[in-house]
Design a protein around this ligand. Sequence first.
Ligand code: ZN
Ligand code: ZN
Length: 336
Amino acid sequence: MRALVLGAQAAIERAPLRLETRPVPEPAAGEVLVRVAACGVCRTDLHVVEGDLPLVRAPLVPGHQAVGRVERAGPGAARFAPGARVGIAWLRRTCGACAFCRSGRENLCARCEFTGWHADGGFADYAVVPEAFAYRIPDALGDAEAAPLLCAGIIGYRALKRSEVAPGGRLGLWGFGSSAHVTLQVARSRGCAVYVCTREASHRELARRLGATWVGDVREPVPEKLDGGIVFAPVGDLVPVALESLGRGATLALAGIYMTPVPALDYERHLFYERSVRSVTANTRADGEELLAEAARIPVRTETTTFPLEDANRALALLKAGGFAGSGVLLTGDAG
Ligand SMILES: [Zn+2]
Ligand SMILES: [Zn+2]
C-alpha cells in the first residue's frame, strides 16, 4: 500500500513526508483493518510534522481523520462487519481503569494514545484501529465530507460544550479553519448568533456564507458582549483580545493542542466579573458519537478542498499558509 511517512520533523515547506510502499498492516486483537477512502488534514498533523509537538515514534504515518470501510477484523473483534463504513479519529486508546476513564473523562487519561502520533494513522491506503475507538459513519455524510468531522468537528463540538454558550446565545470564534466552520454550523442550528474574527479574507467570506452574524479581522473589537467564545487559532496573543469581548460570567474555551505563550492578563480588563478561561484536551468517545449524530441531523456540510493522497505535504503547507477555507482532505481514490 501507499503511505506518507515522517522520518524526521522539519518545516512542511521541505516536504518531510515521504511516499513509501509498505505492507498492509495486520489488525491485532480487538482491532479492525480499514481501507481508507479519505483522511482530513489537521493543524495537529502540522504540529507533529514540524516539531511543535514531540515525535513519540518514528517513522510515523500521520493522519487522524480517516474514513473508510472495514476490510477485516483482528482476533476477537466483532463490532463491525466487513464493508462497514467507519471513522478513525485522534483518540485511539485509554487505560479504561483510572479515575478519569471511570468518570466520563477518558480524554484526561494519563495513558491515552492518539492516532497519527503514538500509532500510524490515515495518510495511507490502509490503517488499523482498535474497534472500540472507531466510529460508525452516518449514511447522510459522504466520505470526504465526514473525514474532517473526526477531529476538527469533534474538538469544535467539545470546545462549544466547554464554552457553555446556551442555545440562542452569542458565541465568538477566533480563527476560522476546519474546526470553526463546523462549530459555526452546529451553533447556528441551535439558534446561536456567531461572531467570527479571522485573518484570512477567504475564511471571512466562508463565515459570512455559513451565516455568521458578524465577521471581522482577528483583532477587531466585536460589536457586542458575548456569552462565550472559542479560540481556535494557536495564538496566545488572542486570549486577552477574546476575553475583552466576553460579557459577565462568560467562558472562553481554548481549542488547540498547542498555543504560543499567553501574555499577562489584567484582572479587571480580562477576568473580573467571573469570566473564565479553560482549555480543551482531546475528546471522549461520547463527544464523537454526539457530534456525528448531530452533524448528520443538521446536516453539517463541510467545505472541503481535496488532494490526492500523495500530495499530503502540499495540503499541509496550504493549511499552514491559510491557503484554503474549510477543511483539507486527502483522497486515496476510493472515496464514494
Ligand atoms: Zn485511564
Ligand atoms: Zn486533529
